[in-house]
Design a protein around this ligand. Structure first.
Ligand SMILES: *[C@@H]1O[C@H](CO)[C@@H](O)[C@H](O)[C@H]1NC(C)=O
Ligand SMILES: *[C@@H]1O[C@H](CO)[C@@H](O)[C@H](O)[C@H]1NC(C)=O
Length: 165
């Protein structure tokens, strides 16, 4: 009876460990932030952190860091659902973690926001925009892969000199 009880408890502990490992997010995007306003034809600062597994409490038993990350700029006509249009904004973003994951590691990058021609074709009054950061894993079967991170953006178009953008 006591043995069975201990067994049940170990199973429960293992289960909860497995569940905690599932949603392990090692990437945090700090810029841009959700709902941020970006301006056409400007350089958008991007910054993100690769969380060191050993800074987590408790540290995950089996950390699988992404090998790289991509960013897609997406736009979808307001009031519609389905597949948004997209363009590749950035590829090969560095996701190396700090040695042995004993501390976090920060990275910066930047992206050139499209100009007023683009936003005249896809006018922000008709379209919703976002940047989607997708962690890429060298081992496609790696456990606890982080889902893409979607950041919604408002776009302000500098259209005063149209058609010169
Ligand atoms: C910019 O101005 C042009 C000419 O007035 C107009 O056709 C276009 O829709 C404008 N674009 C935006 C994003 O407002
Ligand atoms: C740890 O990850 C490796 C490689 O992704 C996998 O083969 C292994 O089964 C995992 N171990 C545990 C205990 O989850």
């Amino acid at each position: 009876m006591a043995f069975q009880h201990a067994f049940t408890i170990s199973v429960l502990i293992l289960l909860s460990l497995a569940l905690t490992c599932l949603g392990q997010d090692f990437i945090q995007i700090s810029s841009p932030t959700n709902g941020q306003t970006i301006s056409s034809k400007t350089r958008l600062d991007i910054s993100y952190t690769i969380i060191g597994a050993q800074t987590m409490s408790p540290p995950p038993a089996n950390a699988s860091y992404p090998s790289t990350m991509t960013a897609q700029f997406q736009w979808l006509q307001k009031g519609t659902e389905g597949n948004p249009l997209s363009l590749s904004a950035l590829g090969g973003l560095d996701t190396h973690h700090y040695v042995a994951g004993i501390q976090n590691k920060g990275y910066t990058s930047s992206w050139n926001v499209p100009n007023c021609h683009f936003f005249s074709r896809y006018n922000p009054s008709n379209y919703d925009f976002s940047l989607v950061f997708t962690p890429v894993y060298s081992d496609a079967t790696a456990p606890s892969q982080q889902q893409p991170i979607k950041i919604d953006l408002n776009v302000q178009v500098n259209n005063g000199t149209y058609p010169k953008c």
